[in-house]
Design a protein around this ligand. Sequence first.
Ligand code: DOR
Ligand code: ZN
Length: 425
Amino acid sequence: MDLILIKNGHVIDPENNINDKFDILIEKGNIRRIDKNIEPFSGCEVIDADEMIVSPSFTDIHVHLRDPGQTYKEDIRTGSMAAVAGGYTTVVCMPNTLPALDDASLIRYVIEKGEEVGLCRVLPAGAITKGRRGKELTEMALLKDAGAVYFTDDGAPVMDSHVMRKATEYAGSIGSFVADHCEDLSLSENGVAHEGEIAAALGLPPLPPEAEDTMVARDCIIAIHTGMPVHICHVSTKVAVEVITWAKAMGAEVTAEVTPHHLSLSDAEWLDFDCKAKVSPPLREEEDIEAVRWALSSGIIDFVATDHAPHAHHEKMLEHHACPPGMIGLQFALPIVLELVKKDYFDMKRAIEVLSTAPARKIGIQPPSIVEGRKAELTIFNPTESWEVNEESILSKSKNTPLLGRKLIGKVKYTFYDGKIVYKG
Ligand code: DOR
Ligand code: ZN
């Protein structure tokens, strides 16, 4: 369809301060006109967006797409399908694949595969260390030239502080940055569930919050001394929030993300002993959840990233010590963030910012924006429509989430990427 008219949508674009009802005319994929009351032309497809919000599409800088090596869990096609169903048009996939993304040819492989699928922008993060073994730095400059948008050993921390310091300097010096999965392995040991009343009552091996907090502190201190950027992955504790607040006040170039599950689910998810609750870092207590919500509201936590971590059914059925940590998230971020708007933690503009503009800016891509002349890259969602999380509604290859069977409010109706409709819900 050459002409598409989006009628009566509430357009919210934090990039250029639009927050009002407008009609949007898209011609051959380009935003031709944004105006009050554009009359439909003959032969023009009309999308009735009354009661809906039209926003720039979302960016998720932390997803696991499992390609190469574990495509029985997810692949770049199914991951892209879940992404656009969640309103995302840019995803950054993690290098904890088999083999790890520690070589330029593997970075190129992911980019080419993403382009072949063509549903959204798939950008790889490169590994910090060869084989993610935590010892020898990768050739970050070559990986960056091949298209790696940042560096992380995610799934595992960089335990050696000297290696982390060198990595931070190297990545920063080439105009990139490192992101750390903050977990001191000597403190987390064989922990499975957050150390607290629930783990104690259920007899689950406890994982103390100090494992995260000490590592966040170390990385912040490295950022302060090197003057280089450090990004903290999946912040989940109240103490980590305080440490990041302090580092930012010291002028450190520290940024932080929070996942939808750490914003909404507590360690009470363990009460039925279902390992779908197992994730790293673990689901925490109410006080931690409250802290990360307010930190997202104030900007101490910069944006949301899903840490979408698909695992096969048979893997999540294993006993708690053997089951891999992780839960999917690409389709749940929007409803979970909208719930926080409803509960008055922040407004709709901030909601769009944390899903869209802020993460895009972090990885140095031009944030999608609803302006005349730009290619249409936007998401239309109904903020009040409820839907059930089940095997059919989840488009990811894996269905591992404690949300199975629950109702969420907020549904993506259309996602536009590169001027085309790539998802219709
Ligand atoms: O729960 C998690 N799963 N946390 C991580 O850091 C890695 C991820 C995975 O790869 O499954
Ligand atoms: Zn991680």
